[in-house]
Ligand binder design. Structure first.
Ligand SMILES: [Zn+2]
Ligand SMILES: [Zn+2]
Ligand SMILES: [Zn+2]
Length: 155
């Protein structure tokens, strides 16, 4: 049976070999943990789950190294504000990857990855920088309540 996680892992594997990156077994397992997670995970959560799921130990240092690799390959993103990681939601897509932006639900802690147009981001950046403030990251992490939680509230 092939599910979305397997499809994403296969796609990640072929994308990496096409671009000359080595998605080793351990890197692949870290990616799998993130693909299965319902919410973003810290590096320490990943170390814990690695032990539980694969009965293998992973040091925090190697977890960080693997996450760096996965981020460079655009397979994983990091939430700068909470130091948590999540799998890219477009791994199995064919389209180009845009600068990812994140909508974070404060109730169920799920994160939705959205792509905003380059034009919109440029305008946003322009008006921020006109105040003399220089952005170190172009990643937006917006907090709120997701559609599913809102639906639950109005029941
Ligand atoms: Zn992404
Ligand atoms: Zn997509
Ligand atoms: Zn929610």
């Amino acid at each position: 049976m092939t599910n979305k996680i397997d499809i994403s892992l296969q796609k990640a594997q072929s994308e990496c070999s096409r671009t000359g990156l080595r998605l080793t077994d351990k890197r692949c397992k870290v990616l799998k943990i993130l693909l299965q997670a319902a919410e973003p995970l810290s590096a320490y959560d990943i170390v814990d789950q690695f032990k539980q799921v694969f009965a293998e130990s992973l040091s925090a240092m190697s977890a960080y190294r693997m996450l760096d690799f996965l981020m460079q390959a655009n397979l994983v993103h990091k939430l700068e504000t909470s130091n948590q990681y999540l799998a890219c939601s477009h791994i199995s897509c064919e389209h180009n990857h845009e600068l990812p932006q994140f909508l974070i639900c404060d109730q169920c802690h799920t994160v939705k990855e959205i792509g905003l147009s380059k034009q919109l981001l440029k305008e946003l950046r322009g008006s921020i920088e006109s105040t003399g403030f220089v952005l170190s990251s172009q990643q937006l992490e917006l907090h709120g309540v997701c559609e599913a939680c809102r639906a639950k509230q109005s029941e």
